[in-house]
Design a protein around this ligand. Structure first.
Ligand SMILES: *[C@@H]1O[C@H](CO)[C@@H](O)[C@H](O)[C@H]1NC(C)=O
Ligand SMILES: *[C@@H]1O[C@H](CO)[C@@H](O)[C@H](O)[C@H]1NC(C)=O
Ligand SMILES: *[C@@H]1O[C@H](CO)[C@@H](O)[C@H](O)[C@H]1NC(C)=O
Ligand SMILES: *[C@@H]1O[C@H](CO)[C@@H](O)[C@H](O)[C@H]1NC(C)=O
Ligand SMILES: *[C@@H]1O[C@H](CO)[C@@H](O)[C@H](O)[C@H]1NC(C)=O
Ligand SMILES: *[C@@H]1O[C@H](CO)[C@@H](O)[C@H](O)[C@H]1NC(C)=O
Ligand SMILES: *[C@@H]1O[C@H](CO)[C@@H](O)[C@H](O)[C@H]1NC(C)=O
Ligand SMILES: *[C@@H]1O[C@H](CO)[C@@H](O)[C@H](O)[C@H]1NC(C)=O
Ligand SMILES: *[C@@H]1O[C@H](CO)[C@@H](O)[C@H](O)[C@H]1NC(C)=O
Ligand SMILES: *[C@@H]1O[C@H](CO)[C@@H](O)[C@H](O)[C@H]1NC(C)=O
Ligand SMILES: *[C@@H]1O[C@H](CO)[C@@H](O)[C@H](O)[C@H]1NC(C)=O
Ligand SMILES: *[C@@H]1O[C@H](CO)[C@@H](O)[C@H](O)[C@H]1NC(C)=O
Ligand SMILES: [Cu+2]
Length: 521
């Protein structure tokens, strides 16, 4: 019986498997997401970029055609698929510059091949410097035809994807140039909800509307496409039941407000159970001192939750920052639907991110003198050339060699400054055995995800090395990353050296990129 159901399950998997070719044309357009006209870096001309839609088991082949021309922004690019797993043979397709590949220069195309083993809500973004701040970010959803949570909702489609992000009137190149000497990340001019927002004193850009019908249950996939700011999400007069975090299905957990950090995704079910009307979706951003940018008015970051039958107008209720009595999410309360105990660590280490005081902005991965500086030769290229020991990497590469079969525990002690670095591990999920907000360590069934924010409560993570490869582990506030808050977890380099087999096209990217004049890089 067991083998029969196994065969049937395999056949079902086989039936779903399909190759899905997706094109992303990367080019500059002039647009005004929050009413301020500027040049953007986009996928297919829109902000956010188009949905990449896949079904469990698909192989998605994403061809990125770099057609960037605007000299005020970076003209090279690279697409990273946040939260997607890559197996060892294929890790070269995950798009992290100088870790697993080189960027694509102008007029260069590359096809990223992604055989999918997961389901859930993900996103893609440029991974060249802070370029995604200029607009190159979009959703990537892997639908599950056999979703074990399907009974919880009625609607889950393109209309139920919510993307919240920060927005600047200046280019990310100018912002980075102002950040490094001042150590102050420029405060964003606005927050956007599904690509629309307003800044103080700006035009009344129509807010994005989410249309719902009374009595229907919606699965909203909320993706934080921020480069810097955090968002506090709520919907006036409605509760939200969290059912997944970063693609991992969860035991249903009801709240009416939660914070999302850059890179995080939450799937929530909302039942349209209130009187027909228009309600505010509050996507309130924070990050930096708003007194440093008078354009920013956090209350203007919002969308409209509109019932069928309600007038085609904005809610008449006041724009608030959220519920009066918040039932606020504590991340430590989230539990995966399919329990897994935390594995026993074989390697323990402690990291205390710290910024140098005074002088240009430098973020150290650990205390001092541990700023990550991208090498010119990607980690993966070195490993394939036989560099498998720590001595082969410059200390500025913050590369940790993790042997086969290890379980790593990373402890981030309480940070008195409560900097909310959202730490993201590529190509893997980690177990959050202690979330910053929670006092308890849970080894029975800890939350598994790929982005969690550090803070003054302390955070402890564990991960296994069952996917050999060089995986970037970094703060998802890309300004902090650009100032050094990054590292590479090089899992089982000996297997990588023997099993990762990149193509000639991939091989050629570095020589082509290195030959570019600096202004085209
Ligand atoms: C992007 O635009 C190209 C050219 O119009 C089109 O073929 C492609 O389907 C679009 N991609 C997505 C993901 O919509
Ligand atoms: C890219 O191609 C276009 C059209 O062929 C050409 O005009 C442009 O100079 C090329 N850009 C670079 C940087 O080679
Ligand atoms: C953009 O940044 C530059 C350099 O910091 C500054 O001179 C300029 O005023 C800024 N422009 C806007 C629109 O903020
Ligand atoms: C998105 O991430 C940023 C940076 O961590 C954070 O400030 C913001 O609150 C997040 N937004 C949401 C909706 O969680
Ligand atoms: C939401 O509920 C409050 C009190 O419970 C009520 O005053 C308010 O009118 C409601 N908002 C809407 C849009 O119905
Ligand atoms: C922010 O926007 C709200 C809503 O338009 C307005 O009531 C408030 O005065 C604005 N705040 C500032 C500081 O201008
Ligand atoms: C790592 O720390 C855990 C406790 O957090 C401990 O049980 C384990 O023995 C340690 N492992 C090593 C290799 O030190
Ligand atoms: C980080 O620094 C602390 C304090 O110097 C040290 O104890 C710890 O071993 C360092 N962590 C790593 C991974 O080197
Ligand atoms: C790397 O380290 C291993 C054991 O630690 C050693 O056997 C091997 O010779 C080293 N390889 C190189 C290239 O240094
Ligand atoms: C290590 O990196 C630093 C900073 O990029 C560079 O100055 C130095 O030359 C590098 N050393 C080696 C041995 O590659
Ligand atoms: C971390 O947790 C502490 C204790 O619950 C809380 O006060 C603090 O705001 C949290 N920090 C972040 C960045 O979430
Ligand atoms: C860990 O979580 C499980 C499942 O929610 C719960 O039963 C258990 O009490 C928790 N243990 C601790 C130490 O918090
Ligand atoms: Cu950070």
């Amino acid at each position: 019986m067991k083998s029969l159901s196994f065969i049937l399950a395999s056949l079902a998997g086989f039936v779903h498997a399909a190759t899905n070719d997706v094109t992303l044309d990367i080019f500059n357009v002039v647009a005004a997401p929050d009413g301020f006209v500027r040049s953007l870096v986009t996928a297919n001309g829109t902000f956010p970029g188009p949905l990449i839609k896949a079904t469990k088991g698909d192989t998605v082949r994403v061809t990125a055609n770099n057609k960037l021309t605007d000299p005020t922004m970076r003209r090279s690019t690279s697409i990273n698929f946040d939260g997607i797993f890559f197996d060892t043979e294929n890790s070269y397709n995950e798009g992290t510059p100088f870790v697993t590949s080189c960027p694509l220069g102008p007029n260069t195309s590359y096809t990223y091949e992604l055989p999918l083993v997961q389901t859930g809500s993900y996103w893609y973004h440029s991974d060249v410097s802070v370029q995604y701040g200029d607009g190159l970010r979009g959703p990537f959803i892997i639908y599950d035809p056999d979703d074990p949570q399907a009974h919880l909702y009625d609607v889950d489609d393109e209309s139920t994807i919510w993307q919240v992000g920060d927005w600047w009137h200046n280019t990310s190149v100018a912002n980075l140039a102002s950040y490094i000497p001042s150590e102050l990340i420029p405060v964003s001019d606005s927050g956007t909800f599904n690509g629309a927002g307003r800044y103080n004193g700006g035009p009344l850009v129509p807010y994005a509307v989410s249309n719902v019908k009374s009595g229907v249950r919606y699965r909203f996939r909320i993706i934080n496409i921020s480069t810097r700011s955090s968002f506090t999400m709520s919907i006036d007069n409605h509760t939200m039941t969290i059912i997944a975090a970063d693609g991992v299905p969860l035991v249903s957990h009801e709240v009416n407000e939660f914070i999302m950090h850059a890179g995080q995704r939450y799937d929530v079910v909302v039942t349209a159970n209130q009187p027909v009307g228009n309600y505010w979706i509050n996507a309130i951003l924070s990050g930096g001192n708003p007194a440093h940018n008078l354009n920013l008015n956090a209350t203007l970051g919002r969308g409209v939750f509109r019932y069928e039958g309600a007038p085609n107008e904005e809610p008449t209720t006041p724009m608030t920052l959220g519920p009066v009595n918040p039932n606020f999410l504590n991340e430590g309360d989230l539990r995966p639907l399919f329990p897994e105990p935390a594995p026993i660590p074989t390697i323990n280490f402690t990291l205390s991110p710290a910024m140098n005081v005074g002088g240009p902005a430098v973020w150290n991965l650990n205390v001092s003198d541990t700023q990550y500086i991208s090498p010119t030769v990607p980690t993966l290229v070195k490993v394939l050339d036989g560099v498998v020991n720590a001595s082969g990497f410059n200390s500025t590469e913050n590369t940790f060699i993790i042997p086969k079969g290890a379980v790593v525990q990373v402890t981030f002690p309480p940070d008195p400054d409560d900097e909310l670095h959202p730490f993201h591990l590529h190509g893997n999920n980690y177990y959050v055995i202690k979330a910053n907000q929670s006092d308890e360590i849970n080894l029975t069934n800890p939350l598994r995800r790929d982005v969690t924010a550090l803070g003054n409560g302390g955070t402890i993570l564990r991960f296994t090395t069952d996917r050999p490869g060089p995986w970037f582990f970094h703060c998802h506030i890309f300004y902090h990353l650009a100032a050094g808050l990054g590292s590479v977890m090089l899992e089982d380099p000996i297997t990588v050296e023997h099993e990762t087999k990149p193509t000639k096209v991939w091989d050629d990217l570095c020589a082509a990129y290195n030959a570019l004049p600096p202004e085209l890089q």
